[in-house]
Design a binder for this molecule. Structure first.
Ligand SMILES: C[S@@+](CC[C@H](N)C(=O)[O-])C[C@H]1O[C@@H](n2cnc3c(N)ncnc32)[C@H](O)[C@@H]1O
Length: 228
């Protein structure tokens, strides 16, 4: 199935309510300082983006940024790139970066897919895709982030021994992800027992979306794929 790259329609809205005044100020003052250069301008130079970092990780669709901010605070020598087209989410992550003085976060405000294509081969230790938009209707499946295109790009980007982490509370999306992972020869699913995908690892903080989903009675799954 062809992947509709750069499809302009994203799932849901790109803004829910006006930004808080502080977030609006940070969009003007902080975002330009920590934004990833436009991927249309050419390959992303990670060393230039993070002069101090020892390795790099990417979160696709960071939502409110809770997970990314936690990882960045706990791994100060890792450079974290977050991609998110939802302006309220970017505003929230900017507040966390400012509050916690995180100097190892860079933001791509927009669709992750052009960014993914502009990142260098074997440059990432990890990619996170946490609760990607479900696109439940069959005719929209081609818009899902997890796709053959995504696994090919993830295999190109993640260095051997690195990992792809995917979470979802939607059974069909988990099945979909495992099906595509089975067809991705460069990845192996690390789970050996049910607890490995049922229990959130300690170094995997809960996102806002996940907390809501548990409150509403759904059960998240945590998938870890190792780059061979
Ligand atoms: C269901 S939310 C989950 C957010 C967050 N990961 C969490 O767990 O709370 C899915 C997120 O993916 C983002 N998203 C959708 N399409 C995207 C794309 N092409 N590139 C980057 N982010 C995308 C949405 O804006 C939304 O914030």
């Amino acid at each position: 199935m062809a992947h509709e790259k750069y499809i302009p329609r994203l799932y849901g809205r790109q803004q829910d309510k006006p930004l808080k005044p502080r977030q609006a100020r940070l969009m003007e003052s902080l975002l330009p300082r920590i934004a990833v250069p436009d991927p249309a301008a050419g390959p992303v130079d990670l060393k230039a983006l993070f002069p101090q970092a020892e390795e790099y990780q990417l979160e696709v669709g960071f939502g409110g940024g809770e997970h990314l901010a936690w990882q960045a605070a706990h791994h100060p020598k890792t450079g974290f790139i977050g991609a998110e087209p939802f302006i309220n989410g970017v505003g929230k992550l900017l507040s966390a970066v400012d509050d916690d003085g995180l100097d190892n976060v860079r933001i791509h405000f927009g669709d992750a897919r052009p960014l993914i294509e502009a990142l260098p081969d074997a440059s990432l230790a990890r990619i996170y895709v946490l609760h990607p938009d479900p696109w439940p209707k069959k005719r929209h499946h081609k818009r899902r982030m997890i796709s053959p295109w995504f696994f090919t790009e993830a295999a190109r980007l993640i260095r051997p021994g690195g990992a792809l982490r995917v979470a979802s509370d939607i059974r069909d999306y988990i099945r979909w992800t495992l099906m595509h992972a089975r067809n991705a020869p460069d990845f192996e699913w690390t789970a050996e027992r049910a607890a490995d995908w049922r229990v959130r690892p300690d170094d995997w903080p809960q996102t806002r979306y996940e907390a809501k989903s548990i409150r509403e009675g759904r059960t998240p799954c945590y998938l870890v794929f190792r780059r061979k």
